[in-house]
Design a protein around this ligand. Structure first.
Ligand SMILES: Cc1cc2nc3c(=O)[nH]c(=O)nc-3n(C[C@H](O)[C@H](O)[C@H](O)COP(=O)(O)OP(=O)(O)OC[C@H]3O[C@@H](n4cnc5c(N)ncnc54)[C@H](O)[C@@H]3O)c2cc1C
Length: 389
């Protein structure tokens, strides 16, 4: 029986582990944390709409339900040439390797003066604490934004959705506390049209959203760094802020830098449409770790990570069976985002054929919450999955 080694216990790695186990393979999953963090619902941690524990699934529970081997350890280095993975406490070999380590972030000057909702999970609690201090003080200035990675030409590693969601949610939270007029909410991004990937509908509607949620946009000027309580723009402009939440552009994982694997300039693993790493028939890269193929507006998302995992499992299985059948994930790349605002959501979709934005006041928020419940409970096999979801 072929042995699969999966690196990373996030959305992509867990999906692959579940599907490989369903086919009866021996699977070992390595993760540096003992839980899967469900990032899409973590946007509610800072405004206490959900607890930290509610946004995680213990890997030990998933292990018990699906029967994979679990190693909690840090991947230090992948050595694809010698077919070995170095962990902090040992080494692992494999017949097939699935890389699902997610992505890291561009290092910006003064990043220590900011918080991010897209990094180490505990940062969501830090943001919650900082926000609470401002709420107790009864006033404050908050800046939230995102940037890109100049080496990521396609911009697929720009993560803007959570910044918008957090801004709208904080606005709703402050409004409910009757404090919104005492706060200054600022949105910062270097692009002239942030959110452009979501399509023209979304960009046009963002302006209306900013008005409704009392957010001042500061866009189109390069952000060169941060001081304590200050966003620094090119040209000398600065923006004072008691709390800065900034999602830097995505970058490849450090454990892959000298791996011998083909990497894009931004450090993402170059794969074929089958998710197989170009030139390495026994290695697949899935989720945020991989260079995203597909349309110019493609963006790394959780549901795409699951599609990639599914496709990779199918292809590896066919390979083992000696079949030449393959599947591609590329035709399934789309944008699907339930952009939550705490008092509703906008369902944004974009495919090669159409783009749309559907406003879902109140119900949209609860649909997103219901998705979180569905995601956790179906992964734990507490109830069956709806096909395709
Ligand atoms: C705040 C936020 C909100 C989002 N909202 C949405 C949304 O609404 N819809 C949507 O589709 N997508 C959303 N996304 C994007 C989605 O969460 C990601 O695309 C998805 O998590 C990618 O899955 P992944 O498994 O590739 O990476 P990750 O989920 O990042 O998982 C990577 C895993 O690798 C592990 N790891 C990393 N380094 C090491 C190491 N050295 N050793 C061992 N293990 C390691 C990590 O612990 C983690 O478990 C959101 C992202 C964020 C951050």
């Amino acid at each position: 029986m072929k042995k699969f080694l999966i690196l990373g216990g996030g959305i992509a790695g867990i999906e692959a582990a579940i599907k490989l186990r369903a086919k009866g393979y021996e699977v070992t999953l390595v993760s540096d944390r003992d839980y899967l963090f469900v990032y899409p619902i973590s946007i509610w941690i800072p405004i206490k709409g959900i607890s930290f524990d509610d946004s995680k699934i213990d890997l030990a529970q998933l292990q018990k339900v699906h029967g994979f081997n679990l190693i909690i350890d840090k991947v230090e280095q992948v050595d694809a040439i010698n077919r070995v993975v170095k962990l902090s406490n040992g080494e692992q070999i494999y017949d097939y390797l699935f890389i699902a380590l997610g992505m890291q972030k561009v290092q910006m000057k003064g990043a220590e003066n900011t918080h991010t909702i897209c990094g180490a999970p505990a940062q969501s609690l830090d943001i919650a604490n900082e926000l609470e201090k401002l709420v107790e003080a009864g006033r404050g200035k908050i800046a939230i934004g995102f940037g890109g990675n100049p080496k990521d030409a396609k911009g697929s590693a720009v993560r803007g959705g959570p910044a918008f969601e957090l801004l709208f949610n904080i606005s709703t939270y402050l409004k409910r506390k009757k404090l919104l007029n005492k706060f200054e909410l600022n949105f910062v991004a270097p692009m002239a049209e942030p959110g452009k990937k979501m399509g023209d509908h979304a960009v046009n509607n963002l302006t209306k959203f900013f008005k409704r949620y009392q957010i001042n946009p500061h866009v189109g000027t390069k952000i060169i760094g941060f001081n304590k309580n200050e966003v620094l723009f090119e040209g000398g402009k600065t923006l004072q802020s008691d709390l800065i939440i900034f999602i830097a552009g995505g970058a490849g994982h450090a454990a892959l830098t000298n791996s011998g694997l083909p990497l894009s300039e931004a450090g993402f693993v170059h794969t074929l449409p089958t998710c197989q790493v170009d030139g390495f028939s026994d290695i697949y890269a899935i989720g945020d770790t991989a260079e995203l193929l597909g349309p110019s507006w493609a963006a790394k998302q959780g549901h795409t990570a699951e599609v990639m995992a599914d496709v990779a499992v199918y292809n590896a299985h066919q390979q083992i069976l000696g079949s030449t059948k393959t599947r591609s994930y590329v035709d399934k790349v789309n944008i699907m985002c339930m952009m939550d605002s705490g008092d509703g959501a906008a369902l944004i979709t974009r495919t090669t054929k159409k783009e749309s934005m559907l406003m879902l006041p109140i119900v949209g928020h609860w649909l997103k919450k219901a998705w979180g419940f569905y995601y956790k409970n179906t992964k734990l096999k507490r109830f069956p999955r709806i096909p395709g979801m």
